[in-house]
Design a protein. Structure first.
Lengths: 291, 240
């Protein structure tokens, strides 16, 4: 029973981090029809900035305040997004999509090198935070408190993003723009502004994902590409452009990964790709594709 | 030329769609409180004219004036907020949004704010009373006629001074056409000018104070509907 609960918590932990990354990727695609290859490294950038900021503040601030410092990573990724969209992506919307893929892939590589240049080849850590929360015992299991915190952040992010997209004025305009950009502008919506806001929000989610995992996994080169690949699996299963899809996809990948690590560690990733492949065959646009 | 001051004026505009030169020196004006129809066959350049007026397509030459102000380089959303409403031929209803959400967008962005009343306001209800029953329905669950109603009401939500309607009677049963003709007359009575693109001259004559006939991107007639109907050459071109 207690191993089962631990496994479920592990799965939810994975799902939380995956949702944070995949939801931003999906949101950007949903609104702008751009597959942002650089998304993985915006996640990594959030992780690096968060680790760096926590490192600076660790000696002066109480550990509980360091949780707020983590947000610096998310905000930094959002700021990069707010700069990139109007300058490098906007000129490409009218071009065929391979231009956008090349541009965002180029950005992925550039961001990787920028992080190498700024922070060097060695991983950064922020384990003070995960240490501070220690382990929590309940219902016969002992589980890292920080992982529970990550799960909570994932749930709050999912509910919050859902409420934002489905319950607010901006969300209505965001969905209107994603469904018919011409008509949106004919009704007075400033589509350029919606685009930069959507892209910034997507990058904020990626940066938050990076910042939140850094106390556990550290910030290492290559983490962005690994995360991007898993995020793609999530959105292929769930349906690119769908928030519900990102949530369900993240849960599926989270649970399969946990099972995989326990029972078939050698082929864990292969099983995930297989699931993605089956979904592509059966429902090519993903489980939560729009009609 | 009529004596009413021009609310919306196109001044010798040339517009391209990709490489195709669609509009050639098109000039037209819509006066305050006037209903103007742009009549022509399919592909004559009617939609392109409306798109140019709103800024959905850039003009290569010429000017677009709104209340005498040059808006040629202004973005479509700016022109919409200045007071140019638009209902496209396919209605352009957002399929995943409810009718209420479709209507609220315009109200939120209207210069004088959304107000405090219900989603369907008195003016919309006066045009199409059935809107009240549709507010919770999603766009994709509307019939063709309902979509057109919502599109017209949605364009009114911004509180426009001129409404551009692209083929508002297209694909409607004759009884329903009459309802839309009535709606157009009511809109005019509310003090909102109309620019209607229409391929059927008879329908156009039912609402227009003045009409322009367009063929192959050029205006070939301008005047009162009755005069167009008497004009053998114009009628021959319009009927094909």
């Amino acid at each position: 029973m207690d191993t089962l609960l631990t496994q479920i918590l592990n799965s939810l932990f994975y799902a939380s981090t995956l949702f944070l990354i995949a939801s931003g990727l999906s949101l950007v695609y949903g609104v702008m029809r751009i597959v942002n290859m650089a998304h993985g490294n915006l996640y990594a950038f959030g992780a690096y900035v968060a680790a760096w900021a926590v490192g600076l503040a660790a000696s002066t601030l109480h550990w509980s305040l360091l949780f707020i410092v983590l947000l610096v990573g998310a905000l930094a990724a959002a700021a990069v997004g707010a700069l990139l969209e109007p300058t490098l992506l906007r000129p490409l919307y009218r071009r065929p999509e391979e231009y956008q893929l090349l541009m965002t892939f180029g950005l992925l590589l550039i961001l990787e090198d920028v992080m190498r240049l700024v922070w060097g080849p060695h991983p950064l850590t922020a384990s003070a935070l995960s240490d501070a929360l220690g382990s929590i015992s309940f219902m016969g299991v002992t589980y890292p408190g920080y992982n529970l915190f990550v799960i909570a952040v994932g749930v709050v992010a999912a509910v919050g993003l859902g409420a934002f997209v489905y319950r607010t004025r901006f969300g209505v305009m965001l969905r209107a723009t994603s469904q018919n950009m011409r008509m949106a502008s004919a009704l007075g919506i400033d589509v350029k502004r919606v685009y930069v806001q959507a892209f910034t929000l997507g990058c904020l989610m990626a940066g938050l994902g990076g910042a939140i995992v850094v106390p556990i996994q550290g910030a290492v080169l290559g983490m962005g590409i690994d995360a991007l690949i898993l995020a793609f699996v999530v959105v292929v299963i769930g349906g690119l452009g769908s928030l519900e899809g990102a949530a369900v996809g993240a849960l599926i990948v989270g649970f399969v990964r946990t099972l995989g690590i326990t029972y078939f560690a050698e082929v864990e990733l292969a099983v995930l790709y297989l699931i993605a492949a089956v979904v592509l065959f059966v429902r090519p646009a993903g489980l939560f594709a729009r009609a | 030329m009529t004596a009413t001051p021009a609310l919306l004026e196109l001044d010798r505009i040339d517009t391209y769609r990709g490489a195709a030169h669609v509009l050639r020196a098109v000039s037209m004006r819509v006066g305050e409180g006037e209903a103007v129809c742009l009549v022509g066959r399919n592909g004559a350049g009617k939609t392109t004219t409306l798109d140019s007026a709103l800024g959905l397509l850039p003009v290569r030459a010429g000017r677009v004036l709104f209340r005498g102000q040059d808006v040629t380089r202004r973005a479509a959303h700016d022109r919409a907020r200045l007071g140019i409403g638009y209902a496209p031929e396919d209605a352009g209803i957002f399929p995943d949004l409810t009718v209420a959400e479709n209507l609220m967008i315009g109200k939120w962005l209207a210069p004088d704010g959304p107000g405090t009343g219900s989603v369907v306001d008195d003016r919309m209800r006066a045009l199409f009373p059935e809107l009240d029953a549709l507010v919770d329905r999603r766009g994709l669950n509307l019939s063709g006629g309902q979509k057109k109603m919502v599109a017209v009401a949605r364009a009114m939500a911004l509180g426009p001074s001129v409404l551009l309607l692209d083929e508002p009677f297209e694909g409607l049963a004759p009884v329903v056409v009459t309802r839309f003709v009535d709606a157009a007359r009511k809109i005019k009575a509310m003090g909102v000018s109309l620019l209607i693109a229409e391929s059927n001259v008879t329908n156009a004559a039912r609402v227009a104070d003045r009409l322009y006939a367009i063929d192959r991107g050029e205006i070939l007639f301008e005047g009162e509907p009755a005069r167009a109907l008497e004009h053998a050459e114009v009628m021959k071109t319009l009927r094909g």
